[in-house]
Ligand binder design. Structure first.
Ligand SMILES: Nc1ncnc2c1ncn2[C@@H]1O[C@H](COP(=O)(O)OP(=O)(O)OP(=O)(O)O)[C@@H](O)[C@H]1O
Length: 253
């Protein structure tokens, strides 16, 4: 399969110590790669490197396709009176010269993308009135209109209920089957199990490979520090960083 992203000993950051250090991975067309890491682990920084927004300090990063970001909908402005179609149509702006307004063909492409994500009937609805899962799918439609071969999804399952999550998972599987690459950031271990490959990142690359091989207790503990806990009733959880970060001294008797 075509290689879309290849990182070799990649390090980059914001001028001080590297925020990502020594990354080695390959993402091919048709693959869904989960990007797992704690707060501040470098997930957003890696996205920015892939988008070409961050100078590479060391190593190499080759990106062989157009990329589009699918942001968290919580961070999107929800009080604009824009329709789902308007948001999808924004995807055409990346392709148009600055002096051209979107035309009929662009509107058709935006409508088709909304159909593709199962929201053809919601095109006229106000973006902010849609459910979280629907907004996420509109933002995916926008990325499809950008004709992106690689989608960078920033914690797309945050705040979604179970049916919306299943539906989104199904859509991501279809997009991968179409030959797109997906890089999907998440805090959640169980979410990462759903993907073809997982990249564990805590500034340095901790592991990269199939979920069964990668998501072991030692790897998770190195990814999250000491934050992996056994859950009552079985399974493992990762404590959110703010529950036990260094800001709080342990109680002393
Ligand atoms: N614009 C910036 N300038 C300087 N340092 C930055 C900048 N953005 C991020 N950093 C630093 O780079 C490191 C990695 O941050 P990054 O946002 O990539 O992590 P993340 O995994 O996306 O975290 P989160 O899950 O909380 O979004 C952090 O130490 C952060 O403080």
């Amino acid at each position: 399969m075509t290689v879309l992203v290849r990182a070799r000993d990649l390090s980059g950051g914001y001028g001080g110590a590297p925020a990502i250090d020594g990354l080695d991975f390959t993402l091919r067309a048709g693959e869904r790669v989960g990007l797992l890491g704690p707060n501040g682990g470098g997930k957003t920084t890696l996205f920015r490197a892939v988008l070409g927004e961050l100078p590479v300090v060391r190593g190499g990063l080759a990106v062989a396709t157009r990329c589009a970001v699918v942001p968290q909908t919580e961070r999107s402005r929800l009080d604009f009176p824009v329709s789902a179609l308007d948001v999808a149509l924004m995807g055409t702006l990346a392709r148009l010269p600055w002096w051209r307004r979107p035309g009929r063909a662009d509107r058709r492409a935006a409508c088709e993308a909304l159909e593709r994500v199962g929201l053809g009937a919601e095109a006229r609805r106000t973006f902010g009135e849609l459910s979280g899962g629907q907004r996420q799918r509109v933002l995916i439609a926008r990325a499809l209109v950008q004709d992106a071969g690689l989608l960078l999804l920033d914690e797309p399952f945050t705040g979604l209920d179970e049916p919306s999550s299943r539906r989104l998972e199904g859509l991501l599987a279809e997009l991968a089957a179409d030959g797109r690459g997906l890089l999907i950031s998440t805090h959640e271990v169980d979410q990462a199990r759903a993907w073809d490959l997982v990249l564990c990142l805590n500034r340095a690359q901790i592991a990269f490979g199939a979920p069964d091989e990668v998501l072991t207790r030692p790897v998770l503990e190195r990814t999250y520090g000491a934050q992996v806990v056994e859950l009552p009733g079985g399974g493992r959880g990762v404590m959110p960083a703010h529950h036990h970060d260094h800001d709080h001294e342990p109680d002393r008797a």
